[in-house]
Structure formats: structure tokens, C-alpha cells
Ligand binder design. Structure first.
Ligand code: ADP
Ligand code: MG
Length: 263
């Protein structure tokens, strides 16, 4: 039962931008096993979002293979929930109608009342109870991000692909959302591939952290984070083990920021 959920083998990805060929990824090998939380960190432009797009089935690899539960990913993968870096709500729909949209599209058999109940539960879960009738423009940035998270979680995907989901949030809200995500993914036994540029966030949440090289991205170092799950996202940061992982990974990561110095 520990067969990989996600498996990238020798993956390369070239982009042709108006005749200029750019290599985004080169020889990426990555295995994500069931119920594992894997974080990808690396400099901007190293191909992290491209990895998620490949797993989601929105892009094809130029070389190598991308598999999901043993099968090559050849079309958009409906077993994953994907929150992209720029995911936004539809401005003309209320918060509740945004969150319920995947159920309207994918679960047509579901009655109106049941859909309403699931939306209410989901809003409760992400701390948006009572805001269902509001429109996205009436919410703070953090609330909009929570609503996008709720919209992804509502159809109960077995795997989450998250691209810098909390990047734009203030520090306190970020901690709250990280704790919620940790709690939910543990509770629902989900498998997670999580992109972030925040090394602390990566170590606090993940079972494994992959450090990418600068473009073309390869995995420079894969580190198991041997801290017990589920974690208290705040207090874990003050443990000696955490500091050790941070030192180790920062030493790898900083070399990819051009100077090799203390950026
Ligand atoms: P990251 O998420 O790590 O910042 P991306 O995966 O978005 O990096 O991009 C990796 C590289 O591939 C970048 O140099 C980017 O400009 C290029 N790239 C990504 N998507 C496309 C595309 N659709 N067309 C052309 N180039 C792209
Ligand atoms: Mg990106």
C-alpha cells in the first residue's frame, strides 16, 4: 500500500518562448508516497510551478515520465486538488457560490440542500462561517485565500497540489492557515505536494523537503524531516531538531541564490 502516489522519473521540461528554447527542468526524480507531505523549495524560476503543472496534467514532460498511482499522467488529473499561485475567486459569485462551484460542476447528482450543507461545513472549517453571502471584493486577502482553499477541499481530493498558497498573507494569518492545513491533511490522510519560497514553512509542515537548484531545476537535496506528526506549527520551530534542519537546508538553498553568500 506504500506504492508512490506521485512519481517523476528523469523529467525534463523545455519551453519554446517565441523561438527561444528555455530549459525549465532537467532530470528531476521525485517520489511522493501516500499520506506524505512533500515541500519543494528553490529560487524563483527554478521550475517549481512547472512540476505541479506536470503532476496536474496541464503540461507534458519533454523527457522522462510523470506517473500518478502508477499510470502516466496524460490529461488533467481529477484526483488532485490544485491551488495555483494565482488562483482567484469569481468576482460575480458570492463566497458560498464560489466554494460550491466544484460540486455544481462535478457532482451534479448532489441535491441543492446537501450542497448547501457541504458548503456551510467547509466555510466553518476554514473560518469563514457567516460570510457565505459576501462577494470576494468584500473580503480581506486572507479570507479570499481561505475561500480558495475551501473551494479546493470541498470535493475531497485525495491529493493536494499547493503553489505558494500562503505567500501573500501576513505573518500571523500564515501561522493560522499552516496549522489548519496541517490539521486537515492529517485528519483526511491526504497526500500533499507543496511549493513555497519560505524554508521555515516547508520544514514546519513537511515530511520531506526537496531543495531545487536554480534553472534548469534539479533536486539538489532531499531531506526527511523526522519530527512527529501532527505538529504544533508554532512550537515546533523552537525545537533543536528544527534548527538543525534549517541550518542544513539553508546551506544548500543559499548556494542557489547566485552569490553563494549570506543572501
Ligand atoms: P517557479 O515556480 O520555480 O518560479 P516556473 O515553473 O514558473 O518557476 O518556471 C520555470 C521556468 O520556466 C521559468 O524560467 C519560466 O519563465 C519558464 N516558463 C514557465 N512556464 C512557461 C511557459 N508556459 N512558457 C514559456 N516559459 C515558461
Ligand atoms: Mg512558481
Amino acid at each position: 500500500m506504500d506504492e508512490p502516489v506521485i512519481e517523476l522519473t528523469g523529467v525534463a521540461k523545455l519551453f519554446d518562448a517565441r523561438g527561444v528554447i528555455a530549459k525549465a527542468l532537467d532530470e528531476v526524480d521525485l517520489v511522493v508516497r501516500p499520506q506524505r507531505f512533500v515541500a519543494l523549495v528553490g529560487p524563483s524560476g527554478c521550475g517549481k510551478s512547472t512540476v505541479l503543472n506536470l503532476v496536474a496534467g496541464l503540461l507534458d514532460p519533454s523527457a522522462g515520465s510523470v506517473r500518478y498511482r502508477g499510470n502516466p499522467v496524460e490529461r488533467p488529473n481529477r484526483r488532485v486538488g490544485y491551488m495555483t499561485q494565482k488562483d482567484t475567486l469569481l468576482p460575480w459569485r458570492s463566497v458560498a457560490d464560489n466554494i460550491g462551484l466544484p460540486l455544481e460542476l462535478a457532482c451534479r447528482a448532489l441535491g441543492r440542500a446537501e450542497r448547501h450543507d457541504r458548503v456551510e461545513q467547509m466555510m466553518e472549517l476554514v473560518g469563514l462561517a457567516g460570510f457565505g453571502r459576501h462577494y470576494p471584493s468584500e473580503l480581506s486577502g486572507g479570507m479570499r485565500r481561505r475561500a480558495a482553499l475551501a473551494r479546493m477541499l470541498i470535493y475531497e481530493p485525495e491529493t493536494l497540489l499547493l503553489d505558494e498558497p500562503f505567500g501573500a498573507l501576513d505573518a500571523q494569518l500564515k501561522l493560522v492557515m499552516q496549522q489548519e492545513l496541517a490539521r486537515l491533511t492529517h485528519l483526511r490522510q491526504m497526500t500533499v505536494l507543496f511549493v513555497t519560497h519560505d524554508l521555515t514553512e516547508a520544514i514546519a509542515l513537511a515530511d520531506e523537503v526537496a531543495v531545487f537548484t536554480r534553472r534548469p531545476g534539479r533536486i539538489r537535496r532531499l531531506c526527511k524531516i523526522d519530527l512527529p506528526q501532527p505538529r504544533d506549527i508554532v512550537s515546533v520551530r523552537f525545537t533543536p531538531d528544527f534548527a538543525g534542519y534549517h541550518d542544513l537546508l539553508w546551506n544548500e538553498l543559499k548556494e542557489e541564490f547566485g552569490t553563494g553568500g549570506d543572501a
